[in-house]
Write a protein that binds this ligand. Structure first.
Ligand code: 4NP
Length: 163
């Protein structure tokens, strides 16, 4: 199972989601050892860069090492990854425009749809142009979404008699 997180620039939300999901999966142990996690951006602007220093700093305070190098989403991502998670409605719109077949479109999911502890939020808002609170909120929402995604993966993996 290969998971891809996508946001606009691949320097704030999706590299955070990648780091958070990787850490959670490692902590859950060998059951999830076969799951790979990556991230990408809709746009090319930050390709080759480390994540935004503000997101790196806020994440580090929670024990996450957010250090993947930004890249733009590529055509072969749509066949290589089993699930592609966008972070907000704009990401979802862009992703569905890029998908070429129904099968590719069926791999698209909104990460925010998996949140259970933030009923007031239907999206992970872009923190790039805001202050520190926006980065904390994005991390809160992404942690919530990752827990929900893990619950979904667990229900997919468990044998029928355990469902
Ligand atoms: P991200 O945040 O999509 O969470 O990585 C952004 C980063 C950069 C830009 C926009 C959003 N930008 O316009 O450069």
């Amino acid at each position: 199972m290969d998971l891809l997180f996508v946001c606009l620039g691949n320097i704030c939300r999706s590299p955070a989601a990648e780091a958070i999901m990787k850490k959670k999966l490692v902590e859950l142990g060998p059951r999830f050892a076969g799951i790979t996690v990556d991230s990408a951006g809709i746009g090319p602007w930050h390709e080759g860069q480390l994540p935004d220093s503000r997101m790196r700093r806020h994440g580090a305070r929670r024990g996450y090492r957010i250090d993947s190098i930004a890249r733009q989403i590529r055509r072969d991502d749509f066949t290589r990854f089993d699930i592609i998670f966008g972070m907000d409605a704009d990401n979802m719109k862009a992703l569905s425009r890029l998908a070429r077949t129904g099968e590719e479109r069926a791999r698209l999911m909104c990460a925010a749809d998996f949140m259970t502890r933030h009923p007031g939020y239907a999206t992970v808002p872009d923190p790039y142009y805001g202050g520190p609170d926006g980065f904390e909120l994005a991390l809160d929402l992404i942690e919530d979404a990752c827990d929900g995604i893990i619950a979904m993966l667990e229900s997919r993996q468990s044998p029928p008699e355990n469902r």
